[in-house]
Design a protein around this ligand. Structure first.
Ligand code: GDP
Ligand code: MN
Length: 377
């Protein structure tokens, strides 16, 4: 999933003819000031933090300015913010338009119906999750004819548009659909879509590009920054590795067992901090690599929960023991293991020789891991 910042989303909007306010990106307060002084951004203007989280309006990350000096001050205030855990490094300055009404439209994938869906609501400007279901019009879109005139007309009705605004919506939705398909988006959202005079203007842009189409979009390579550096390395090595905010490392195999293991740790008061899904590998080298990656995440304790199938217990045990030897003594952590299934005996024996006891039951092993993380503090 590649979430685009508003200004990148708006670049795509421009490409597909979706009407926008005039604006400029700034990365410092000085740049913000000169964007206004040069006339690139007309006054009054809006200064908006370019972070990926929503709710900027309510959270003080969208401000208004009536002069270049005010724009500079607003920029200074916003650039210092850490908004929902994300440092603000970029701003979008735009002319402040006189809005007569805020609407909502989006196209996304409806995974239940396995079709794209067009959502429209006359109650825009607030998070769509807080809008009553009955106030949202939902239409499945058949991807082959694409968004039809009928569907666009129905959306106009749901948005309460008539006259020239209706024609404006028609063109806008055509562009939005084209963008959704051609740019491999999984979500395109305009909230608010503002009525300004007789027309419509996209005041905000939320675009998410489908990760599986990433190879078609080298232009986003540098902004896949929702991954941590370790996650990035793991991805290159095709290791399923995810960092969370707890302190227990989890190594399991298969998505089901991995998720269940996280739940069980949580159940006993533990906080999983990073997990690694060995999947169906039968290569001890890969296990070693994965384990060393986990060590770099500096967990307080590691819980190894393996059910041997394609991934045999002895393979995992061998890879693990090999990896443990490579972790510098200062970076070592307690390891609690539970390995069951194919070649269990061999695996348990390999671990035993390395001084690691495999605890056969899930409850006891998980509790031991929680205790180890607690005492390691
Ligand atoms: P979000 O809160 O993160 O979704 O940020 P938005 O881009 O949606 O901006 C929040 C709110 O700021 C909008 O709902 C508008 O009410 C207001 N806003 C943004 N741009 C303009 C503008 O050009 N003119 C006016 N009057 N208000 C704006
Ligand atoms: Mn918005």
């Amino acid at each position: 999933m590649v979430k685009l910042a508003e200004w990148r989303g708006k670049q795509l909007f421009r490409k597909y003819g979706i009407p926008l306010p005039r604006g400029e990106v700034a990365r410092s307060a000085d740049e913000a000031e000169s964007a206004v002084r040069s006339g690139a951004v007309p006054l009054p203007c809006v200064v908006k933090a370019q972070v990926l989280a929503g709710g900027r309006g309510k959270g003080g990350a969208v401000r208004f300015a009536n002069s270049a000096a005010e724009a500079k001050a607003a920029a200074e205030a916003i650039l210092g913010l850490e908004f929902k855990g994300e440092r603000v490094r970029e701003l979008l300055l735009e002319e402040k338009l006189p809005i007569s009404k805020e609407l909502y439209v989006s196209i996304t994938l409806d995974r239940a119906r396995r079709l794209p869906i067009l959502m429209s609501s006359a109650q825009g400007g607030v998070e769509i999750e807080s809008v009553d279901d009955s106030a949202i019009d939902r239409q499945s879109v058949d991807p082959f004819p694409g968004l039809t005139a009928y569907e666009r007309r129905r959306a106009a009705g749901a948005l309460g548009l008539s006259g020239p605004a209706r024609g404006s919506l028609d063109r806008l939705l055509e562009g939005l659909w084209k963008l959704f398909v051609e740019e491999d988006a999984e979500l395109v959202e305009i909230n608010p879509l503002a009525i300004v005079g007789d027309g419509l203007v996209a005041l905000d842009a939320k675009v998410i590009i489908e990760d599986d189409a990433g190879f078609r979009h080298p232009e986003y390579a540098e902004i896949r920054d929702d991954r941590t550096p370790l996650e990035e390395i793991a991805r290159e090595k095709e290791i399923a590795f995810v960092q969370l905010d707890g302190n227990i490392g989890v190594i399991a195999n298969g998505a089901g067992l991995t998720m269940a293991t996280l739940d069980v740790l949580q159940e006993f008061g533990g906080r999983p901090g990073v997990f690694l899904d060995l999947g169906g590998t039968d290569d001890p080298k890969k296990v070693t690599e994965a384990f060393l990656l986990m060590a770099q995440a500096r967990p307080k304790a590691v819980f190894l929960n393996i059910f041997g199938g394609v991934t045999k217990c002895d393979t995992v045990a061998r890879g693990l023991v090999e990896a443990m030897a490579k972790v510098p003594p200062t970076d070592r952590f307690p390891l609690v293991a539970r390995i069951r299934g194919n070649n269990e005996k061999e695996g348990v024996e390999i671990l035993r020789q390395a001084g690691i006891i495999s605890i056969p039951t899930l409850r006891e092993s998980a509790q031991a891991a929680v205790a180890a993380a607690g005492s390691g503090a």
